[in-house]
Unconditional design. Structure first.
Length: 265
């Protein structure tokens, strides 16, 4: 009999342990989260992430490798069509384990293992959030330092020649108001002409915003684009049919010129 190398065996034998892990993986992919003992959760984690890695490749060979462990075809279909696209941009860490209280009776340590299907935050988004936090902290410190200076400005005496200065300044004020009015009209016209997506984001160059039902504005736009992931899907792609487009492009070159990358690359 083979000797276990990852700690004590969970079942009565190696075959029992393999079947137990296969059933736990099937339940995890079907319900997205399950509650089990901490020892079983730690043994299930590498198996589940290995199967998800096979599903991300998406070819027939890897589908057959997954079906050697998961025998339920509906669960395999969900793994390849729903779970794999959600974690396509994640390089690892597809599951998380959260410890909970012990089980009543034998006081076995329990844990919840669940799939991590949230979209990965881009580095630029994290950097912007950190900058916003730093700017907010600085903004609270600056008014406290400038408060005494504001009082000093109020106490400065008014010069007797103030009426002469007002008369001299009144003429430039009228000129500035006239010069400012023209750009204001231009900006309003430009804002009305600028196209935005349904989520309020500006449409990139070379693209067109999707209609309310997510369809293309015309037949010449065939490439779908996602503003959150900055990925585009070409016709016949793996996730083309299941993707709800926010912006459409005519060709893949237009999508790449706008900063989008091909999905799955």
């Amino acid at each position: 009999m083979p000797t276990p190398k990852k700690g004590p065996r969970l079942g009565s034998g190696p075959a029992h342990e393999r079947l137990m892990m296969a059933n736990l993986a099937t339940a995890l992919f079907e319900h997205d989260r399950i509650t089990t003992t901490e020892a079983k959760a730690k043994r299930l984690r590498p198996l589940a992430e290995r199967l998800i890695t096979f599903a991300k490749k998406g070819d027939l060979h890897n589908r057959r490798k997954v079906m050697q462990t998961i025998h339920d075809k509906s669960v395999v279909h969900k793994l390849f069509t729903e779970i794999a696209p959600d974690v396509a941009e994640r390089e690892g860490g597809y599951t998380r384990i959260v410890k909970i209280g012990p089980r009543n009776g034998d006081k076995a340590p329990m844990a919840v293992i669940e799939l991590v299907r949230e979209p990965v935050a881009r580095k630029a988004t994290v950097t912007e959030a950190e900058r916003a936090t730093q700017n907010a902290a600085r903004a609270t410190e600056v008014p406290a330092e400038e408060a005494p200076q504001a009082e000093v400005v109020e106490e400065t005496p008014v010069v007797a020649e103030a009426p002469v200065e007002d008369a001299a300044v009144s003429e430039p004020v009228e000129e500035t108001t006239e010069t400012v009015e023209a750009p204001a009209e231009e900006t309003t016209e430009a804002s009305t002409e600028a196209a935005v997506t349904r989520s309020g984001k500006p449409v990139p160059t070379g693209g067109a915003a999707a209609l309310e039902d997510g369809s293309a504005p015309s037949e010449e736009f065939v490439v779908k684009g996602n503003m959150d992931s900055m990925k585009y899907h070409q016709p016949g792609g793996r996730w083309y049919a299941s993707t709800v487009a926010e912006v459409w492009f005519r060709t893949e070159e237009d999508a790449e010129a706008a900063g989008f990358k091909k999905a799955g690359s």
